[in-house]
Design a protein around this ligand. Structure first.
Ligand code: NAI
Length: 328
């Protein structure tokens, strides 16, 4: 069969990595006929734990896993990669301010952007899961001037999937009956999950629900704060679902979204829907053959407009903060 695709995963010894690697290795992104070479990046102290994960990957004897390389040097690990999933990031520690968090992650994503710029394959696609995902993607993108800007995206697919699941539960439908879900903006509490364009069994979701108070006071905050609810229940942050969304996003980006549907992806704004150009903002997009395009022509009502602008304002603040730090 064909020669292996090279997939880099950063933060590979972390929680998300522990779900993500096994799914990629078993063919969830490229299918059963494409061998995958995993290129796993970690910080030095985590390499021993990562060796253990690699032992388990070996023990799965996945037919689609062609090989695994691990290391702490981004230029070595990103060499020739076709897909880079940037999951590793610095979590907010006790007493850490927002600025400290942006700075710590800035150091990681400037270095990784530069390394990708230098050594990644010409067709590389880069998906950022590590938080703050949108701004980390912006930092990596701006530090990789030779890679086309549209090759970078940040993950809002988990929010998208959460929104589908909440809407299905509310309307007593199955997730397969729901289409045209959209997450607008930042992967943060300001994100705006939009029911005004979503459909349930082909009918407009907001009309099916017919309860603006539920949308505003229940649906939107439940989706936006789902991460916190999972930490509260599980004692640690969502990992398997984040890995699954990372897979969904990469698979659909490379192999195309469903013909009669779209997906949510945070990508560089071209000014669509009045969102400032250059921000990494989540839009409804269709994908095909590794390219994405923002769905055009949706009517935006006043309520949605306010939410879309509020989440854009937060991203502008984050962009200005990393600009002030000299990271972009
Ligand atoms: P984790 O803390 O279990 O794992 C992160 C791993 O990244 C650690 O093993 C750490 O050693 C590694 N790492 C740190 N700096 C690195 C560097 N410079 N290079 C390579 N590896 C590095 O965290 P978890 O649960 O796996 O989450 C990872 C990230 O994903 C977090 O930032 C989290 O907030 C984010 N996340 C994003 C979601 C989304 O929907 N966009 C959903 C859930 C989590």
């Amino acid at each position: 069969s064909s020669s292996p695709v090279k997939v880099a995963v950063t933060g590979a010894a972390g929680q998300i990595g522990y779900s993500l690697l096994f799914r990629i290795a078993s063919g969830a992104v490229y299918g059963p006929d494409t061998p995958v070479q995993l290129q796993l990046l970690e910080i030095t102290p985590a390499l021993k734990a990562l060796e253990g994960v690699v032992m388990e990957l070996d023990d799965c004897a996945f037919p689609t896993l062609a090989g695994v390389e691990i290391g702490d040097d981004a230029e070595k690990i990103f060499d020739g990669v076709n897909l880079a999933l940037l999951v590793g990031a610095r979590p907010r520690g006790p007493g850490m301010e927002r600025g400290d968090l942006l700075e710590a992650n800035g150091a990681i994503f400037t270095a990784q952007g530069k390394a990708l710029n230098k050594v990644a394959a010409d067709d590389v696609r880069i998906g950022v899961t590590g938080n703050p995902a949108n701004t980390n993607a912006l930092i990596a993108q701006r530090n990789a001037p030779d890679i086309p800007a549209d090759r970078f995206s940040a993950l809002t697919r988990l929010d998208h999937n959460r929104a589908i699941s909440q809407l299905a539960a509310r309307t007593g439908s199955s997730v397969t009956e729901i289409a045209h879900m959209t997450i607008w903006g930042n992967h943060s509490a300001t994100q705006y999950p939009d029911l005004f364009h979503a459909t349930v069994g082909g009918r407009n979701a907001a009309e099916v629900v017919d309860d603006q108070a539920w949308i505003e006071n229940d649906f939107v905050p439940t989706v936006a704060k789902r991460g916190a609810a999972i930490i509260e229940a599980r004692g640690s942050s969502s990992a398997a679902s984040a890995a699954s969304a990372t897979i969904d996003a990469a698979r659909d980006w490379l192999h195309g979204s469903a013909a009669d549907d779209w997906v949510s992806m945070a990508v560089q704004s071209d000014g669509s829907y009045g969102i400032p150009e250059g921000l990494i903002y989540s839009f409804p997009v269709t994908t095909s053959g590794g390219d994405w395009s923002i769905v055009q022509g949706l009517d935006i009502d006043e309520f949605s407009r306010g939410r879309m602008d509020a989440t854009a304002a937060e991203l502008i603040e984050e962009r200005d903060a990393v600009q002030a730090l000299g990271l972009i």
